[in-house]
Structure formats: C-alpha cells, structure tokens
Write a protein that binds this ligand. Structure first.
Ligand code: PLP
Length: 296
C-alpha cells in the first residue's frame, strides 16, 4: 500500500486495440514511472479529458455522474468512447487499494495517446485529499474575471471545447493565480456579455429569496456533479431550484453564495471583489453533511 495508487488501463476504449493483448484490464504502477510516455498527446498538447471524483471512506461518490460526463467530454473531443465498465472497475479497485482515510479522491485521465499510434492512453490514480475544513467552515473570497467568451460560445464555437472537462486547465490555473494576486482564494469567470459562469474548478450556487439558483449549464460551463447533488439535497428539503442566466447584479443581490465541487464540496463565499457577502453557515453545514454522506 502507498499514499497514491495508480492503475493504467490496458484498453481504455473498446474502439481501439488494447496496449497488450495478453495483459489484464489494468496494471498497477508506481506513480510517474515508465507507463506514461513523453510523446503522449495528453502531455504535449493537453489533448484529453479527465474527472476528479471524491472518495469517502474508500467509496467513490457520484461515480455514475462522473463516468457519464467523462464520456460526454471524450465525445466533444472526438476521442474513442471510453469503456466505462473498464473505468469503473479500475476506479473501484484503486479506491479499495488506498490506505484507509476519510477523504480521498480518484482522478481518471484519458488522452489521445502517444503521437502517431492512434491509440488512447488511460489511467486512474487515487490519493488522500488535502484538508478542506477551512474553506468549508470559514469561507472563501472570490474575484470575478472575464473569461473572454460570450455565454453562447458552446453553440457558436464548439471547437473551443467549453463545457468539456479537458486536460487543458492551464487557463483555469492562470485564473486561480490571478485571483490569488488580487488577494482572493478563487475566481468566478464571467462571459464577455456579462453572465456569471463558474469558478476555476467549481460551480456557483446562489441562495436567492429561499430558492437555490445556479447558472444554466448550456453556457460553456461544466455541468457539475456536486451542483446536481446540492440540488438533490435542496429538493429533499423542499427548497426550489433553478438554472438561470445570472448577471453580476443577480450575484450582488444573492442572500448567500457557494462554490461547489468534488473534493472541496460546498465552500461559502465571504467576499466578492472585496465586498463582504453574507454567509449561511448553518445551511453550508447541512449541505456538506449531505454531500459527505452520499452513498452513490
Ligand atoms: N467547473 C469546473 C471548471 C471544474 O473544473 C469543476 C470540477 O473540477 C466543476 C465545475 C465542478 O464539477 P464537479 O462538481 O463535478 O466536481
């Protein structure tokens, strides 16, 4: 047993030949050693897709929703369809192999493969998560950043791959660094035509007059598994939910705001562009209790 476990899939997509016809469905490997080749297009061009899945007490959460999005992201990039049964098996095996820990994560990566071979590469690794207590209980500050695209980019320019969870996260990480330079913890991207989109690695949920509202998912943002489960929680509690176009004025008028994502779960927002924002810490705790006790 090690802190991080890595499984490399022999045949990540049924449409492509296995890497080794004799080998098992996946092989256990040592992280960062020998199995991922330097000419892999996932490394050299960020040409691939991924998922990050929360693992609680060894159990992956929202697994089917993550697998479904993995398939949708792959389709957007014209990658061979991932064999979701093989991926599910590798994820569950990696989680089972982790040292016992309350919170961990599993990451799935599917790339276009080594240049010239025409065969995708796939691997799963699992590792313990960093402590998220501070974000969940004290809240985070965000700044709004222009994403440089209109809110209808997914329809007008599908080749920009907005809404796919691609490996090209350099822009997201640059947004995060810019947020930190401006004294915040994270950024909230806004479209050039003024609609609030998503965080660098999270979705926004607002509490507005007793309703939960999140930006529509057809505006070039990820359809979040955590956001969907927060809406499931809300519906159980009799809280109305809605997907809407959200403006900066709507953001300013909200009663409470959260960034939600796998690993972090729900982090209340305490400032937007330096302006204090009311937090609902009681609701935050209930949301996080719900998210952390998910059984599927
Ligand atoms: N939006 C972006 C850009 C993300 O990278 C993520 C997650 O990493 C999310 C939203 C939230 O998705 P999920 O809740 O499925 O983790």
């Amino acid at each position: 047993m090690t802190d991080t476990v890595l499984a490399v899939l022999n045949q990540p997509s049924r449409a492509a030949a296995p890497h080794d016809p004799e080998a098992d469905a996946f092989i256990w490997a040592k992280p960062l050693e020998e199995h991922i080749q330097v000419m892999d297009l996932g490394l050299t061009r960020g040409d691939g897709v991924f998922e990050t899945i929360t693992v609680i007490d060894g159990r992956p959460q929202a697994l089917e929703a993550h697998l479904a999005r993995f398939g949708r992201s792959a389709a957007k990039l014209d990658l061979p369809e991932p064999d979701l049964d093989a991926w599910r098996q590798a994820i569950e095996a990696a989680c089972a192999r982790l040292d016992p820990v309350r919170e961990a994560y599993a990451k799935t990566v599917l790339t276009r493969g080594v240049e010239g071979l025409g065969r995708p590469t796939g691997w799963v690794y699992a590792a313990p998560s960093a402590d998220q207590t501070r974000d969940r209980t004290e809240g985070i500050g965000v700044v709004t950043l222009d994403r440089g695209y209109r809110h209808d980019v997914e329809r007008t320019s599908p080749w920009l791959l907005q809404g796919a969870k691609t490996l090209s996260y350099a822009v997201n990480m640059a947004g995060l660094r810019e947020a930190v330079r401006r004294g915040a913890d994270d950024a909230l991207f806004v479209s050039t035509d003024g609609y609030v989109l998503e965080g660098t690695r999270a979705n926004l949920i607002m509490s507005v007059g007793g309703r939960f509202v999140t930006p529509r998912t057809d505006i070039g943002i990820l359809d979040g598994t955590t956001q969907a489960d927060v809406f499931r929680f809300a519906e159980q509690e009799g809280i109305e939910t809605a997907y809407e176009l959200v403006t900066l004025d709507d953001l300013r008028a909200a009663d409470a705001l959260w960034l939600v994502s796998s690993i972090r779960q729900a982090a209340p927002i305490h400032t937007v562009n330096g302006v204090p924002q009311e937090m609902d810490l009681g609701m935050t705790e209930r949301i996080n209790d719900f998210l952390l006790s998910r059984q599927d």
